[in-house]
Structure formats: C-alpha cells, structure tokens
Design a protein around this ligand. Structure first.
Ligand SMILES: [Zn+2]
Ligand SMILES: [Zn+2]
Length: 60
C-alpha cells in the first residue's frame, strides 16, 4: 500500500492493489483508494499511459 492523492476524496489516501485480473504479476500498475475505491493506474511512465489512452480513443 502507499499514500497518494485521491481526486475523489480530495485528500491524501491510502491506495492498495486490487486483485490483478490482467496477469501483470508483481508489476501490476493498478491501485485503488481504500476509502472510496477510486482506481488509478500508476505505470512506470504517466506519459506513456496517456498516449495509450489517446490511441485507444482513436481506435474507438
Ligand atoms: Zn494488474
Ligand atoms: Zn478516495
């Protein structure tokens, strides 16, 4: 678990890793706020994550 800013709670909250269903193993980038359940994706590069999201939107 680690502490991070939760935009839903608008404060620092503890985040925990939910059960990984995508076979990421120990590198699973998925985190969820333990207070409200807000899900965040903390990959190694936030920029890369944004690019992936933009590409996905173009495809869809
Ligand atoms: Zn995962
Ligand atoms: Zn929260």
């Amino acid at each position: 678990m680690h502490e991070s800013y939760c935009p839903d709670c608008r404060s620092e909250q503890l985040f925990e890793q939910p059960e990984c269903i995508d076979d990421h193993g120990t590198d699973c980038p998925d985190w969820a706020c333990v207070t409200c359940g807000y899900a965040v994706f903390t990959g190694p590069s936030p920029l890369a994550v944004e690019l992936v999201g933009a590409a996905a939107r173009r495809v869809a």
